[in-house]
Write a protein that binds this ligand. Structure first.
Ligand code: APR
Length: 318
């Protein structure tokens, strides 16, 4: 089992790679990034991060060989590729500029990956997530079940951590589902949230639950406010959990960004929905029942994703 992480000289990619290595389900994890020039000097962040991680093997007790490279030939025959490559928004950069730059990065990275691993499964983490996943799918030429985005596991992990704190219970015992696009239009579903089977609504007041849902929706922003940069431990761990489910054919049910062809009333768009993850990628999209309010929130969230996708298509055609 070989896993590649592109963008792994950065924070989210290196967190994903280290979690993969620590879980010890792969023989090899390959960290890819570009060279960084600083005056006369050239740095190789993917090689540096890989070496540092490999040097934790005897401490953490894993066998997964961690390698760093700038050459896609070293990624050949990867079973699973995780893409976290991208640039953050810089002063003076418009939202459209950022969208277009990241779309080009994700497209090029995907083409390089499938050139050497034509049968790989791709997990996209780069933002804006749902649209970048669409870009990767188009660029890959792979069937849609092999290209997916990581957002729902991160969003539910945040929601579960807040609930666990409020209820003073183990986060492991909280089951939850969040649908829709990755962003503040995401759709948490209290009706599908339980604590070891007990509906959460029996354990917490509506006001407190609503406050936790609102905090979850802006969970990424809260971290940017604290650190001045976006988060990496939870996003990286969430991507690694998807890779593990696929690598070990676990048939785990997770909310992931999947290509929808009519499910939940959404057509030809990537958005967060419950899926069964195992060998080969998404084995099934699970269409749960939504009431009218939940469906309206899902429609609103998917309209927001479609708006960003249309913005990208407009920029690319101009
Ligand atoms: N090929 C490979 N790697 C690239 C390329 C490219 N063409 N362009 C940029 N990168 C790399 C950068 O060199 C950097 O190391 O992507 C990495 C991104 O890392 P960070 O800037 O640390 O960003 P990070 O916080 O890891 O976020 C990465 O994940 O959660 C999302 O919104 C987040 O889209 C962002 C992505």
């Amino acid at each position: 089992m070989k896993i590649t992480v592109v963008g792994a000289g950065g924070n989210v990619g290196s967190a994903a790679a280290l979690t993969v290595a620590q879980r010890d389900f792969a023989n090899e994890v390959v960290l890819v990034d570009i060279e960084r020039k600083d005056g006369e000097k050239t740095f190789y962040p993917s090689k540096g991060r890989a070496l540092d991680q490999w040097q934790t093997a005897s401490i953490h007790g894993f066998d997964t060989r961690v390698k760093g490279t700038v050459d896609y030939a070293d990624t050949a025959n990867s079973d699973i590729c995780i893409i976290t490559a991208g640039v953050p928004r810089k002063p003076g950069m418009s939202r459209d500029d950022l969208l277009s730059i990241n779309a080009n990065i994700v497209k090029t990275v995907t083409q390089n990956l499938v050139k050497y691993s034509p049968d790989t499964v791709i997990i996209v983490v780069s933002n804006p997530l749902d649209v970048m996943t669409y870009v990767a799918w188009k660029a890959s030429g792979l069937p849609a079940e092999k290209v997916m985005g990581m957002a729902g596991i991160l969003d539910t992990a945040r929601y579960r951590s807040f609930l666990a704190e409020e209820l003073n219970v183990s986060p492991k015992d909280i089951q939850a589902l969040i649908l829709g696009g990755h962003g503040d239009t995401m759709v948490p579903l209290p009706r599908y949230t339980t604590v070891s089977g007990i509906p959460v609504t029996q354990l917490i007041s509506k006001e407190k639950l609503d406050a936790i849902i609102e905090r979850t929706k802006v969970g990424g922003g809260e971290l940017v406010g604290l650190m001045g940069t976006s988060a990496w431990f939870a996003p990286g761990a969430a991507a690694a959990q998807m890779a593990e489910a696929i690598a070990l054919d676990q048939n785990r049910i997770f909310p992931c960004a999947a290509y929808l062809t009519g499910q939940f009333g959404v057509n030809e768009l990537y958005s967060g929905v419950p899926v069964k993850l195992g060998k080969g990628g998404i084995k099934e999209i699970i269409e749960i029942e939504l009431d009218a309010d939940e469906q309206a929130l899902m429609d609103n969230s998917c309209a927001a994703v479609r708006g960003v996708l249309e913005d990208l298509q407009r920029i690319q055609n101009s």
